[in-house]
Ligand binder design. Structure first.
Ligand SMILES: *Cc1c(COP(=O)(O)O)cnc(C)c1O
Length: 460
């Protein structure tokens, strides 16, 4: 399997190279050159397999021959060995046709662990073979950073720097990033919002001299391997319902469009999905784009669901690429314009293509609180604020088809928001218990590229 850039001007790479590269050198994102197709027989055969077995079958065509079969199987087993739930991604029935896909049983309590644990193992295997060293720089609204630090801490051949917006992550998110004692991981708080962190990251990648000097690598959802790992739970959840080929809908709480884009790929390679429903909080650039046809950056308004406080959605570029029938010159034009003006107009025909797969809904802060409360009363389930955004949009979009809503984080990770909504603490998982007494280690920096570069150069 070969990978090409959405902007068409970067070298074609195999899976391993695309994974280690992160952002393409032309500023675009890597996508598979061709997509595999799974038929209904294949999908039916997944019903009685374990999560790891499904993961192997679904991801194998994307990885190609880079890893030997046995090695890749071992990597998958290792990646999910420290998830606390037997089935890794259990499905909980809420009502006759509505299911909650619990993606928060990994080590840092958010769905990011599914991809990050795997990437950690893949990087380890890959760097061991080549003897190379890489510097990973990531931008996070909270969960990517904690998952990356957990996955890469202590790894010899990797230094990890995580940029997060100061004061805009939850206490648990911050502590998960700042308390690991491994000397190869660095939590850096930036004076700015998530979009500033992500912009700094992209600028570092586009500074080709710096990029080559530190052997820069990225684990944000610009990295194709992240998307690939997230395709798996669309298949596993569908299979566990035994629907005999009938269609389902998924509602996905969305920020950077990575998780829902994985659903789009699942649909494109054969999973019977009728609609993917984008759920946004008050930072609604995506909902706006689909309803008005104008993709326009606003300012980020901090919300109860901070992991979705994003206005510039990296993976939307991949969605536009497919909606434009893989026309990379048009993609380049649009996103270069966006870089300069902060907006572009989505052509009628492109919008029609998007709306064939996606719809959207937006949830206010009050509605988020109300939904956290309702979930507890109606379904006896504790949900995090991001999941609440998803639940509300899903309930507004119920029809005859089964609906699967992605529960993206454990409520304990956002206990402040949970408590202010319900007046109660959520059940705190055991692995959080000593987080609050550990010493924190944070580097505070202004939103300035040179300051970030010099800290990186000093510490690698
Ligand atoms: C990252 C994250 C999201 C948004 O996911 P994207 O892939 O960026 O759209 C939603 N909820 C939680 C809890 C997250 O950590």
């Amino acid at each position: 399997m070969q990978y090409i850039s959405t902007r068409g001007a970067a070298p074609e790479l195999n899976f391993e190279e695309a994974m280690l590269t992160g952002l393409a050198r032309d500023g675009g994102l890597y996508v598979p050159k061709t997509l595999p197709q799974f038929d209904s027989k294949f999908i039916g055969s997944l019903s009685y397999l374990s999560y790891e077995e499904i993961a192997f079958k679904v991801m194998k065509p994307f990885v190609g021959e880079v890893f030997e079969e046995v090695e890749f199987k071992n990597i998958i087993h290792q990646s999910y060995s420290n998830f606390v739930h037997q089935s890794k991604a259990p499905l909980r029935q809420l009502s006759e046709k509505h299911y909650l896909l619990e993606l928060y049983h990994g080590p840092t309590l958010a769905f990011k662990d599914f991809a990050m644990q795997l990437i950690g193992q893949l990087f380890r295997a890959s760097l061991k073979k080549t003897g190379k060293r890489v510097t990973i720089i990531g931008a996070t609204s909270g969960d990517t950073g904690s998952a990356a630090i957990e996955a890469f801490k202590g790894l010899e051949a990797v230094d990890v720097f995580i940029l997060y917006p100061r004061g805009r992550v939850s206490e648990v998110q911050r502590r998960q990033m700042s308390t690991p004692s491994a000397t190869n991981v660095h939590a850096i708080s930036i004076d700015g919002d998530f979009d500033d962190c992500q912009k700094a990251l992209k600028d570092l990648f586009n500074d080709l001299k710096f990029r080559d000097q530190v052997n820069l690598s990225g684990v944000n959802s610009i990295n194709w391997a992240r998307i690939m790992a997230q395709i798996v739970y669309y298949f596993s959840s569908y299979s566990s319902l035994n629907l005999g080929g009938k269609k389902v809908r998924f509602t996905v709480p969305t920020g950077n469009f990575g998780d829902i884009f994985a659903g789009y790929i699942a649909k494109k390679i054969g999973l019977p999905i009728s609609k993917l429903i984008i759920a946004t909080n008050q930072n609604d650039i995506l909902h706006n784009a689909l309803t008005s046809g104008e993709y326009a950056r606003g300012i980020v308004n901090p919300s109860m669901s901070p992991s979705m406080d994003i206005q510039v959605s990296s993976n939307f570029e991949r969605a536009i690429y497919y909606a434009l029938s893989c026309d990379s010159s048009k993609v380049s034009q649009l996103f270069e314009d966006f870089g300069h003006t902060g907006s572009f107009k989505i052509q009628e025909s492109t919008l029609i293509n998007l709306l064939a797969h996606y719809s959207s809904g937006k949830v206010s802060e009050d509605e988020t609180s109300e939904t956290i409360n309702n979930a507890l009363k109606k379904y006896k389930v504790e949900v995090c604020p991001h999941t609440a955004v998803g639940l509300k949009v899903a309930e507004d979009n119920m029809c005859d088809e089964p609906m699967i809503t992605l529960a993206t984080a454990h409520p304990a990770k956002f206990f402040e928001a949970y408590e202010s909504s319900t007046g109660k603490r959520p059940v705190m998982p055991k692995n959080l218990s000593n987080l609050f007494s550990k010493k924190e280690r944070i580097t505070e920096l202004p939103n300035n590229l040179d300051a970030i570069k010099s800290v990186v150069l000093e510490r690698i």
